[in-house]
Design a binder for this molecule. Structure first.
Ligand code: GRF
Length: 203
């Protein structure tokens, strides 16, 4: 039974594309059943559509507020019988009630080794802090931003001559591999949350 998964995006969707590609393997435990964007002009939306995936835009601008916007997203998630959500460059903060409803079934990818560098502009901040190792994290989403039990992480060595752009590029390559691995672990039921930490079982 492949778990029906929605990917929520706001922009270019390179992580989305990596998940779609990984889920093409017949033994991948998740199927990408919906791509949802809060921006109708997100380039990733057109890409998902041409890959034959159901897409929808929930344009945040036409809603009176966050509750109405999220209610609309929830209806689409229900219609498509979604079981898991992957946030992939989704640039809208979700309410605690939405996140709690999906607790344990909603993942995010963040471009740093959490808990270091929560928030935006992670690559520039990592360079400014002089870290020698940087990377990305897939974690379960909690109401608190960029917090939540960590599922998987991948590291890259920081180079002397790195700029935020060169570092971002190497981290992004890792993100594409890591997100598919993490989704596979979660979708196959091998990840348990215990005391705000994950336990990963291998059978
Ligand atoms: C990625 O760096 C991801 O870690 C962050 O937003 C960016 C999205 O990129 N959350 P893309 O849209 O997946 O290409």
């Amino acid at each position: 039974m492949r778990r029906r998964t929605a990917i929520l995006i706001s922009g270019r969707g390179s992580n989305m594309a990596a998940l779609i590609a990984a889920a093409r393997a017949p033994d991948f435990p998740a199927e990408i059943a919906l791509v949802l964007s809060n921006k109708p002009d997100a380039p990733g939306l057109a890409q998902a559509k041409s890959a034959g995936i159901a897409v929808a835009a929930v344009d945040q601008k036409i809603y009176a507020g966050r509750d109405e916007f999220e209610a609309s997203m929830q209806i689409l998630l229900d219609i498509h019988r979604i079981e898991l959500i992957c946030l992939a460059g989704f640039m809208r903060i979700l309410s605690a009630s939405f996140v709690n409803r999906w607790r344990g079934r909603i993942l995010n990818i963040h471009p740093s080794l959490l808990p270091a560098f929560r928030g935006l502009d992670t690559h520039r901040r990592a360079l400014a802090a002089g870290v020698k190792v940087h990377g990305c994290t897939v974690h379960f989403v909690e109401p608190e931003l960029d917090a939540g039990p960590i599922v998987a992480q991948s590291a890259v060595a920081v180079r002397e001559d790195d700029t935020p752009e060169t570092l971002a590029e190497r981290v992004l390559e890792k993100e594409h591999q890591l997100y598919a691995q993490a989704l596979a672990l979660v979708a196959s039921g091998r990840v348990r949350i215990e005391d705000e930490l994950t336990r990963i079982g291998f059978d």
